[in-house]
Design a protein around this ligand. Structure first.
Ligand SMILES: [Ca+2]
Length: 424
């Protein structure tokens, strides 16, 4: 609301004041709904598309903070904003569209924020909530007046099955970030009559890779990028997950909850004091030279109390060892250093969530969508890794990925790494 209108209203009696507010709200709603009629032509988007269309435009009223009595989960206050949903049409008609959402606050601070996804993406990032690792009570970016936007990255579903389509893979890798950005800029221009003075990107994990990707591929579009835990070596992360999943699926190779507890305790025993303070935090994780042999069971025939058999120690090694990918002639075409041991392994968000889950990958492995992470209780990593090998690399939804041999796929792995990894 401008100062001029405010000054004018202060001179009016209360009844007329109500009428003026209603009129202004009506104008804001009309301006929002008018965006539904807009279409974005291919030249307005710097990478090839068949243009974008708006599928929904509605004014969302301001909402106060709420707390879910069942979960105690707090949803912070949101301001009045215009919610725009739409689709960017692919060039290849068999590729999925990029679905996006742009949120235009009535009280705009003149700036914009693009938010990234997670895992394999596959759901529209609404961008109406908190940024990554934001304090619980920090007002949402939208509430602070940013025009925010996000997308589903050009496919639906949090698995890699989209990757059998080249345009969908390129969209996921990087192109959708630019296409979504350019489309959102056209929508912002239509609503406010000008482009943002500053544009930022927030993302975590896969969204962090997206942030590093825009910084490397489209640096002129952004004034700042904020990322946490960026999965920059994405293809490697996914292939490594399959290596871990393979070790866990071998006979006797699975790690139990007791194993993980014992491992976490041993890490703290060996490395907590490296930083000079016994506080359960391995501050000097680079100095943690963890010796796993201390976890070996004394009586291999009767492992108990979380001790590790030799097969389980091999699994632990497989989870952390360096990656060396060789082609069919034995030449190394890609390598990555080992993972670090640094505390937090036994937290619920540690190995249990990311690597082991409740059960190993089943053998034989069910095909495609039947490989359901939740139903089968597979760790996130082995699930993602299986999906990566099947769809990103081999394009075979029925492939059993345990002990997958990448050698025949060296060319494809190299191409996928070039597309997906933020290492330009
Ligand atoms: Ca410490």
């Amino acid at each position: 609301m401008t100062t001029k209108i405010l000054a004018w209203m202060l001179t009016m009696p209360p009844l007329l004041l109500g009428v003026a507010v209603a009129q202004e709200r009506g104008e804001v709603a009309t301006r929002c709904e008018a965006i539904l009629a807009m279409s974005i032509a291919p030249p307005q988007i710097a990478l090839p598309t068949r243009g974008a269309r708006i599928t929904s435009a509605k004014l969302i009223p301001a909402a106060a903070e709420t707390k879910d009595p069942a979960t105690s989960r707090v949803t912070l206050a949101r301001p009045e904003y215009c919610e725009i949903k739409g689709e960017i049409a692919p060039v290849d008609t068999s590729a999925p569209p990029i679905r996006f959402q742009v949120n235009l606050p009535t009280e705009w601070n003149g700036k914009a924020l693009q938010m990234g996804g997670g895992g394999y993406d596959g759901t529209v990032v609404a961008a109406t909530g908190a940024g990554p690792r934001a304090p619980d009570t920090a007002p949402y970016p939208l509430t602070r007046g940013y025009a925010t936007f996000g997308s589903d990255s050009g496919h639906e579903g949090n698995d890699a099955s989209f990757a059998v389509n080249d345009e969908a893979l390129m969209n996921f890798a990087y192109a959708q970030l630019k296409k979504t950005h350019d489309t959102a800029m056209a929508v912002i221009q239509a609503r406010y009559g000008r482009l943002p003075s500053k544009t930022y990107f927030f993302g975590q994990s896969e969204g962090g890779r997206e942030g590093m990707t825009v910084a490397q591929r489209f640096p002129r579009d952004y004034d700042g990028v904020v990322v946490t835990a960026p999965a920059m070596h994405y293809a490697n992360v996914m292939m490594r997950f399959n290596t871990a999943g393979s070790a866990l699926a071998r006979p006797g190779g699975f790690l139990t909850a007791a194993n993980i507890t014992a491992f976490g305790s041993a890490v703290l025993t060996q490395c907590d004091m490296n930083d000079g303070v016994a506080d359960g935090i391995v501050g000097n994780y680079l100095g943690c030279k963890f010796d796993a042999t201390q976890l070996r069971c004394q009586t291999v025939s009767a492992p108990k109390d979380g001790c590790f058999t030799d097969t389980q120690l091999a699994t632990l090694n497989a989870i952390y060892e360096p990656t060396t990918w060789k082609n069919a002639s034995g030449k190394t075409f890609l390598s990555y250093p080992r993972y670090l041991v640094g505390g937090g392994e036994a937290l619920p968000t540690g190995l249990a969530q990311w690597i082991t889950g409740r059960a190993p990958l089943p053998r034989p492995q069910p095909a495609g969508k039947a490989m359901n992470q939740q139903q089968l209780g597979i760790g996130a990593g082995p699930f993602y890794g299986n999906s990566a090998v099947r769809y990103l690399i081999a394009k075979d939804p029925t492939l059993d990925t345990v002990d997958f041999d990448p050698r025949p796929f060296a060319e494809r792995v190299t191409a996928v790494v070039k597309l997906l990894d933020s290492r330009r």
